[in-house]
Design a protein around this ligand. Structure first.
Ligand code: GCB
Length: 601
């Protein structure tokens, strides 16, 4: 277990980063003996040398499910194996530490280097790393093996259940509404640090007052930190040093700061400074250096409003997924850039990382472009509340907050999506979950995204912001769009009255098949989605007058794949964009509204 920081690998004068992405070997054990890989020590040899094992090629990063035409790979439950060879340059033997870091493996992973177990990690969508120096062969070929298990059970985050079909094949059941993609789905890096190295950095804005910003920071150093000093420099975009210090923790004062503003709220949104930490030895020579992008901004909230830099914000965006054809949840740079182009084109200023943490590369773009993020941990549709689950749920939050604590774009922590909070066990469970978040970060508000009836929910007493999902005109009152606006208003007011907190509608929408047209509008048509949006817009406009309603999020940004069920035609089609990221009529409609809202700032 790695207990230190989880800084993203960045090159510097003292660090080198090498990608281990590419085509790996991939094998699925015989279903009659799923543990054969462990019994026969597959991690000690090249997978291609295991007798009678069928080894295929698999891209990394990618979910493995949709790469081939073989349904057994798509629907496989349990372990799969990956391996590849790589070289460590001869001259790296002088480099003092070598690390391997996975952006994410879904759901659980064990990693071996040259046959030695170097790390194990559970919970997808979160990074993990380990130092591997002692297991490497310098100037020679090395091998990395990964065993990956996608099984979801009552004590995993998220939960699932495995059943056995009549023919003995295992089947994964889950109630959440997106395909349970698996594999090495984010980039893999090998990188170097010196023996004494910068392990973690925390920076946050305490306050911005009278053209001065006050930042608090902490740089933690591991190794032989005793003989080093830490020099801190804060650089603006022109690389001018605007503040500095010679201490590894403390405060920085920035005169006339350029604040980090959300997209559309300022002519230059997403302004980032570089927080540069340099570790120096007794002679003043550079030992290690790490540069972290940071934004200067405050978040505050009351029982009716949310403020960035003391300005009230109204959030308008969507719930999303990491999802696309073939690669599943695999990180894909062209797709990510296209998505941000569409987010900005449609005039959204925020989105929620429903229903799990998104890739760090995706979060970087939110920081750079000023897109506000509701950062959700991988807890979705939790049904059974146990102590073992609570421990893992807290771990997922610790890892998420460790990863994203410095990101200006992250403005709210979401503890869960649609947990079954009608059960009494949920109340105490979520009190502990929210307390845990607060023990790690008090600078951001918390939320739980609710779908239960407001009258039965008790857990929302602990959060700062109320979030609810409701499918008026879809799962309820389908076809009756004329009553939607009043239902939405009534419910939003009821949430505020019960909990006396700001309210966000986190999900609403309806499935829409692109190209299907009906006049007058009829369920599943493009016209119906447009009318459904309009009826919600009516409610939102009136709710905004009430003073506690702070955000509207349509479900979903794009169509996405789900498990196979008769309610889903090729997946969930509630996107305003298709799965290939082309607009439906609703995207144009939403665009008029979102740009109109931006005009009112
Ligand atoms: C929800 C869930 C989301 C689903 C959506 C739907 O409430 O939070 O994951 O995809 O409904 O379309 O059913």
């Amino acid at each position: 277990i790695h207990r230190g920081g989880i800084l993203f690998p960045r090159e510097s004068e003292t660090r080198q980063v090498v990608s281990l992405d590419g085509i790996w070997n991939f094998a699925v054990p015989d279903t009659n003996n799923p543990l054969m890989g462990f019994q026969h020590h597959w991690y000690k040899t090249d997978l291609r040398e295991v007798p009678k094992l069928e080894v295929i090629q698999m891209p990394v990063p990618a979910s493995y499910n949709d790469v081939t035409t073989n349904w057994k790979i798509r629907d496989h439950v349990g372990l799969v194996w990956y391996d590849r060879t790589f070289y460590v340059p001869r001259h790296w033997s002088d480099v003092e530490r070598i690390w391997v870091r996975f952006g994410s493996v879904s759901y659980a992973a064990q990693v071996w280097v040259n046959g030695h177990l170097v790390m194990s990690h559970e919970i997808g969508h979160l990074p993990f790393l380990s130092e591997v120096t002692q297991y490497l062969k310098f100037g020679k070929e090395n091998r990395m093996t990964v065993a990956c298990d996608n099984t979801l059970l009552a004590d995993t985050v998220p939960q699932g259940r495995v059943s056995e079909l009549e023919n003995g094949r295992l089947h994964q059941d889950y109630t959440f509404d997106f395909f349970n993609y698996a594999g090495i789905d984010r980039p893999v890096y090998m990188y170097t640090t010196p023996k004494t190295y910068i392990d973690d950095i925390t920076v946050f804005t305490i306050d911005v007052r009278e053209s001065q910003a006050l930042l608090q920071y902490n740089v933690s150093v591991l190794g032989d930190a005793g003989n080093t000093t830490c020099r801190i420099s804060l650089l603006d975009k022109n690389k001018t040093v605007v503040a500095g210090s010679e201490e590894s923790f403390g405060t920085l004062t920035v005169e006339h700061p350029r604040l980090w503003w959300p997209y559309l709220m300022h002519p230059e949104p997403g302004y980032l400074y570089s927080f540069q930490a340099e570790l120096l030895d007794d002679n003043g020579d550079l030992v290690d250096k790490y540069t972290l992008p940071i934004g200067i901004r405050t978040i505050t909230w009351t029982n009716t409003s949310l403020y960035i830099n003391k300005q009230p914000v109204y959030l308008h965006g969507f719930g999303r997924h990491e999802d696309s054809d073939i690669r599943g949840k695999g990180f894909d740079a062209p797709l990510v850039l296209r998505d941000y182009d569409l987010i900005q084109w449609v005039g959204a200023n925020a989105y929620r990382t429903s229903h799990y943490p998104y890739a760090e590369e995706i979060m970087d773009l939110a920081d750079q472009r000023g897109i506000m993020i509701i950062d959700e941990c991988p807890s979705v549709n939790t049904e059974f509340f146990s102590d073992t689950l609570l421990v893992k749920h807290k771990v997922s939050l610790s890892e998420l907050i460790k990863r994203d604590k410095n990101r200006p774009a992250v403005i709210i922590w979401s503890a869960s999506n649609e947990p079954r909070t009608q059960y009494s066990a949920a109340k105490n469970y979520f009190k502990k979950v929210i307390d845990h978040i607060k023990s790690l970060d008090v600078s951001r508000p918390t939320t739980i995204v609710e779908a239960q009836n407001v009258n039965v929910v008790e857990s929302s007493y602990y959060v700062d912001i109320i979030s609810f999902n409701r499918y008026n005109g879809w799962y309820q009152n389908e076809g009756n769009l004329d009553i939607v606006a009043s239902l939405v208003m009534k419910e939003a007011k009821a949430w505020h009255e019960k909990f006396n907190k700001p309210v966000i509608m986190q999900e609403y929408g309806g499935d829409t098949l692109e190209g299907l047209h009906f006049a007058p509008s009829y369920i599943w048509s493009e016209e119906y989605q447009v009318s459904l949006l309009s009826s919600h817009f009516q409610a939102f406009d009136q709710l905004r007058e009430e003073g506690f309603f702070i955000g509207e999020f349509i479900w979903n940004f794009a169509d996405f794949k789900t498990a196979q069920t008769y309610t889903r035609v090729g997946g969930n089609k509630k996107g305003i964009f298709t799965r290939s990221r082309q607009p439906k009529a609703s995207a144009h409609h939403l665009r008029r509204r979102y740009w109109g809202l931006a005009q009112q700032y």
